[in-house]
Design a binder for this molecule. Structure first.
Ligand code: ATP
Ligand code: MG
Length: 426
């Protein structure tokens, strides 16, 4: 019997060399923008104690109820989990290393997260998040900064015209509890119109019903009590302050009272950047304030606000906006050699070129000594320039430099190849 072919795990994608160029460019842009606001990178482990996510994300959320990759470590009674998001790990690390209490921290991260969801476009089981977490600041000014930062990022990535900002305040834990009661008693009066999902959530996580995708439920919610009517005064002021700052900075937003976000730990400000260009998986970035999470995880009470961007969705959006965008894996200079001792010279020259042009991609031909085949390999790699070394060139201490776009070629002394190339390449 033939053995089963081994394939990647469903919902976990390979990023092939042609994908990775675009990923690298996007990663660079995102990091540059994060750094430009003075934020610092933090890297935490991919696996954490399961209790961390149960406590941080919340027992009755979709993530903890049914999406986590949880297993026992070899040490049988230690339950560990592949992180379904990165905020919990950040907070855990911040507490563990004393980074949070009485301090300000502006952090960013990038890395994979894992959720056992139904794979579809923009929704995977291993995906990547870019995110920011700020600790120690309570005012709406920092909430506004996070939104300004993301707006700047969309511009830098060329997708500003394709994203809109949805904004809401979900108030304090207390005001939300009052609202929950009002919402539940309203929904109880309309039990017959609830779908299975909503019935299940009615007593576990009723706020999540607000972002139900079911049109009947949406209609039912039009008449439901409004979260805003239950907002506590300080939360309301905070929200007004944020709106004013966004207005002052010319940031457009849509106040969406149904926006509640999936994770349990948010309070006051919540926001999402959404796009209509990706179908059902339209949320590219989600975030908000989570002032109680640090103390919930055993640290001293510290205000916090953050967001996470889904990297796959971001890249899908960039590609859908620029359908002609091709990843550029081209190399700049291709070293061609044929004949006795020519390869050694080619290799040494390539090393010298890398010394003076560290950002250029310089590839040396190996394997075939046939000139025609080497030129076609140079073409295949999109090389701009070929440096050609045959036995004649060795004896004359020179090389031929050929511009593969124009076809022009020149003899250049070996000891001025580096200078010559620097002059002709921008
Ligand atoms: P959704 O409502 O789309 O399931 P979420 O509220 O579960 O999103 P968050 O936990 O806020 O998402 O994660 C932040 C961002 O990470 C999302 O806005 C999205 O861009 C991305 N994301 C979340 N889950 C996935 C996934 N399974 N695959 C790809 N990207 C994801
Ligand atoms: Mg989700």
């Amino acid at each position: 019997m033939a053995e089963k072919k081994i394939q990647a795990i469903r919902g976990m994608n390979d990023l092939l060399p042609t994908d990775c160029m675009l990923w690298q460019q996007v990663e660079e842009t995102v990091k540059r923008v994060f750094n430009s606001y003075g934020y610092n990178e933090i890297r935490t482990p991919i696996v954490e104690d399961t209790a961390l996510f149960k406590r941080a994300v919340g027992e009755v959320t979709d993530i903890v109820e049914k999406e986590m990759y949880t297993f026992n470590d070899r040490n049988e009674n230690e339950s560990i989990t592949l992180r379904p998001e990165l905020t919990a790990g950040c907070v855990r690390a911040g507490i563990e290393h004393g980074l949070l209490y009485n301090q300000e921290q502006r952090l960013w991260y990038f890395g994979p997260a894992f959720r056992h969801e139904r794979p579809q476009k923009g929704r995977y089981r291993q995906f990547h998040q870019f995110g920011v977490e700020v600790f120690g600041l309570t005012g709406p000014d920092i909430d506004a900064e996070l939104i300004l930062l993301t707006a700047r990022l969309w511009k830098a990535l060329g997708i500003a015209e394709h994203t809109t900002l949805e904004l809401n305040s979900i108030g304090s834990l207390e005001s939300r509890a009052n609202y929950k009661q009002a919402l539940v008693s309203y929904l109880e009066q309309h039990q017959d119109r609830l779908d299975e999902d909503c019935k299940r959530r009615l007593y576990t996580n009723p706020l999540r019903i607000l972002d139900s995708k079911n049109a009947d439920i949406q209609e039912l919610l039009n008449e439901a009590p409004k979260l805003f009517e239950y907002l506590d005064a300080p939360s309301y002021e905070h929200f007004e302050g944020l709106c004013k700052l966004l207005d002052d900075n010319g940031i457009k937003y849509n106040i969406n009272q149904r926006l509640v976000r999936g994770l349990d730990y948010y309070n006051r400000t919540v926001f999402e950047w959404v796009t209509s260009s990706l179908g059902a998986q339209g949320t590219v970035c989600g975030g908000g304030r989570y002032d109680s999470l640090v103390s919930q995880l055993g640290g001293k009470s510290t205000p916090a606000v953050g967001f996470a961007i889904g990297a796959e969705r971001l890249i899908l959006l960039i590609q859908s906006v620029n359908p002609e965008l091709k990843s550029n894996n081209n190399i700049d200079i291709y070293m061609i050699s044929s004949g006795d001792k020519t390869l050694a010279v080619a290799q040494q020259l390539a090393e010298q070129l890398r010394d003076v042009m560290p950002d250029k991609r310089i590839m040396t031909n190996y394997g075939t000594s046939n000139f025609k085949k080497q030129f076609s390999k140079a073409d295949k790699h999109g090389a701009k320039i070929a440096i050609i070394i045959g036995e004649n060139e060795i004896s004359a201490n020179k090389v031929i430099i050929k511009n593969l776009q124009s076809g022009e070629q020149f003899d250049v002394a070996q000891n001025s190849v580096a200078e010559y190339c620097m002059n002709i390449m921008d």
